[in-house]
Design a protein around this ligand. Structure first.
Ligand SMILES: Nc1ncnc2c1ncn2[C@@H]1O[C@H](COP(=O)(O)OP(=O)(O)OP(=O)(O)O)[C@@H](O)[C@H]1O
Ligand SMILES: [Mg+2]
Length: 455
C-alpha cells in the first residue's frame, strides 16, 4: 500500500497503532484514510469514554484527541479532562491535541503538562504526518533506551552476584565497564593506578580491587601522601627507630604493617622526590629501612595508588619519576567525571538521599543539568545540604542551591533564527526545537514571547 514516497521514517509509522478520539465522523474518517495510507493501524473513538476503553484494551503508540466532544461545547473542558486522564493512566503514550485556532492558549498550556504536540484545525496533512512520525520514532527510541537500561541492570546484577561491589552505585555503561575491569584486575598481583578528577569515586574503586583480590582478608591500609610533611610521611610509610628524630619512638610503618596485604596510596601526585625514590625502591626490591635504622627489612605489599593530577604532564615537567610511574600504572583505571556519565546522577542522588525524602521533578532536572565540577562528592554534599534546607520531605530545586543552569543562561535564539528553524522543520515543533537545542516547551515559550504562531 506504499503509494507515497518512501521516507526513512515510514517503516515505524507503518508498524504503529494510532488512536483518534473525535466526535466528528468526518474527522475520524479523514485520519483513518490518511494514516492507513501510510500503513498505520487506526483505531477510532467518538467519545472520551470510548477512547479510554480502547486504551485499556489495546496497545496504542499515539493518541490524537479532540478538545470538544459535543456540538455545542467550545470550552475545551472535556478535552482537558480527557487529556489528564490519559496522561495519568498511560503516561508514556504521546498525545497530539486537535484544537481550534481560537483555543491555542489551552493547547500550549497542555503541552506544558506533557502533551506531545498540538495541531490546529483545519490541519495540514504533511505537517501532521511529520509530527506523528517524529513522535512515534521518539517513543521507539525511548523504549529502546529503557530496554538497554534493563539489560545493563541485569549485567550489573550478574557482576554483583560474583563480586563484592562495595555498594558502588551507577547506571552508565562507562562505569559498568570500569567496575567489571576492577573486579578482573583485582586477582592479579600487580599494582593498580586509579586516576580521575576530585571526588569521582577513586577510593570506592580501590576498595573494590582490594575486596576482590586474593588478599581480601589480609591487612588493608590507606595513606594520604598529600596530608603529611616529608619526614612524617616517611615515618608513616617506613616506620622509625627510637631517636630517629626528636621524640621518635620505635614504630613500624605502613609497609611493614601491610605485609601480605594491600596499601592504598592516595594523592600520589604530591609525593616529594625523596619519597618517590624510596617508594620506587620498595616496589622494585621489596626492601626498605625504618627511619634512623640500618636494618633492611622486606615486605610483600600490593599497591593501589590514586591521583587526580596528570602524571604524564608531571613527568614532562620533571616533577614525577617516569620509572616510578611505569611501576605503578601496570594497570590504570580511569574514572570518568560525573558530567561524562549523566545517567549516574539521579541514581547517586537517590542513594545519598535519606529515607523519606524525595526529589521534585524540577530538582531532578536541575541535578541533571549541573556540570558537577566536584563530581560525586559535590553531589553528595548538595543532597545532604538540601535535605537540611528543605521545608518538608520533598526537595525542590531551590533547596539544592545550584547555580542557574547553563541552558537557561544561554542567549535565547532571536526571531529570525526561530523562524528559519521552523521553516526548515516544516513547522514541526519537536524538530525545530531539536535543531535549536531547546526543549519543545522552551521553544513554545520562546515563540509566545516573540509573538510567533505555529502554522
Ligand atoms: N559510584 C559511587 N557510588 C556510591 N558512592 C560513591 C560513588 N562514587 C563516589 N561515591 C562517594 O562519594 C564520595 C567521594 O568518593 P571518593 O572519596 O571515592 O572519591 P575520590 O575520587 O577518591 O576523591 P578525591 O579525588 O577527592 O580523593 C565518597 O563518600 C564515596 O563514598
Ligand atoms: Mg580519594
Amino acid at each position: 500500500m506504499s503509494t507515497v514516497a518512501d521516507g526513512p521514517l515510514q517503516a515505524s509509522l507503518a508498524r504503529s497503532t494510532v488512536l483518534v478520539i473525535d466526535d466528528s465522523e468526518a474527522v475520524r474518517t479523514a485520519f483513518e484514510v490518511l494514516l492507513a495510507l501510510h500503513g498505520a493501524r487506526v483505531l477510532a473513538a467518538a467519545t472520551p469514554e470510548e477512547g479510554l476503553a480502547v486504551l485499556a484494551r489495546e496497545p496504542v503508540d499515539l493518541v490524537i484527541q479532540d478538545m470538544n466532544f459535543r456540538r455545542e461545547a467550545t470550552s475545551g473542558a472535556e478535552g482537558i479532562a480527557l487529556f489528564r486522564q490519559i496522561r495519568a493512566r498511560f503516561a508514556d503514550i504521546p498525545l497530539v491535541l486537535l484544537t481550534a485556532w481560537t483555543h491555542l492558549e489551552t493547547a500550549v498550556e497542555l503541552v506544558r503538562e506533557g502533551a506531545a504536540d498540538y495541531i490546529a484545525k483545519p490541519w495540514d496533512d504533511a505537517r501532521l504526518l511529520t509530527s506523528v512520525r517524529n513522535l512515534i520514532d521518539l517513543r521507539a527510541a525511548r523504549a529502546e533506551a529503557a530496554e538497554l537500561r534493563g539489560a545493563r541492570r541485569e549485567a550489573r546484577a550478574a557482576l554483583a552476584a560474583r563480586f563484592d561491589l562495595c555498594g558502588i552505585v551507577y547506571e552508565s555503561e562507562l562505569m559498568h565497564t570500569l567496575v567489571a575491569m576492577a573486579t578482573q584486575v583485582a586477582r592479579a598481583e600487580v599494582p593498580v593506578l586509579i586516576t580521575g578528577p576530585n571526588g569521582v569515586g577513586k577510593e570506592v574503586l580501590a576498595d573494590i580491587v582490594q575486596r576482590n583480590s586474593e588478599r581480601a582478608a589480609q591487612p588493608y591500609f590507606k595513606v594520604n601522601l598529600g596530608a603529611l610533611p616529608d619526614e612524617l610521611l616517611e615515618a608513616e610509610l617506613f616506620g622509625t627507630e627510637a631517636g630517629a628524630f626528636t621524640g621518635a619512638r620505635a614504630r613500624s610503618g605502613r609497609f611493614e604493617a601491610a605485609d601480605g596485604g594491600t596499601l592504598f596510596l592516595d594523592e600520589l601526585g604530591t609525593l616529594s622526590a625523596g619519597g618517590q625514590a624510596k617508594l620506587l625502591r620498595v616496589l622494585q626490591t621489596g626492601e626498605f629501612e625504618r627511619l634512623g635504622s640500618n636494618l633492611t627489612r622486606r615486605t610483600r605489599v600490593r599497591i593501589i595508588a590514586a591521583t587526580n593530577s596528570n602524571l604524564r604532564a608531571a613527568i614532562r615537567a620533571g616533577t614525577f619519576r617516569e620509572d616510578l610511574y611505569y611501576r605503578l600504572n601496570v594497570i590504570e583505571l580511569q574514572v570518568p567525571p560525573l558530567a561524562e556519565r549523566r545517567e549516574d546522577i539521579l541514581p547517586l542522588a537517590r542513594h545519598f538521599l535519606e529515607r523519606g525524602f524525595t526529589l521534585a521533578p524540577a530538582a531532578q532536572a536541575a541535578l541533571q543539568r549541573h556540570p558537577w565540577p566536584g563530581n560525586v562528592r559535590e553531589l553528595q554534599n548538595a543532597i545532604r545540604r538540601a535535605a537540611l534546607l528543605a521545608g518538608g520531605s520533598v526537595i525542590g530545586a531551590p533547596a539544592l542551591n545550584l547555580p542557574a543552569a547553563a541552558a537557561e543562561e544561554a542567549p535565547q535564539p532571536d526571531r529570525s533564527t526561530v523562524e528559519q528553524a521552523l521553516a526548515r522543520a516544516n513547522g514541526v515543533i519537536a524538530q525545530a526545537a531539536r535543531e535549536l537545542g531547546l526543549s519543545r516547551q522552551a521553544l513554545y515559550r520562546r515563540m509566545e514571547k516573540l509573538g510567533l504562531r505555529t502554522s
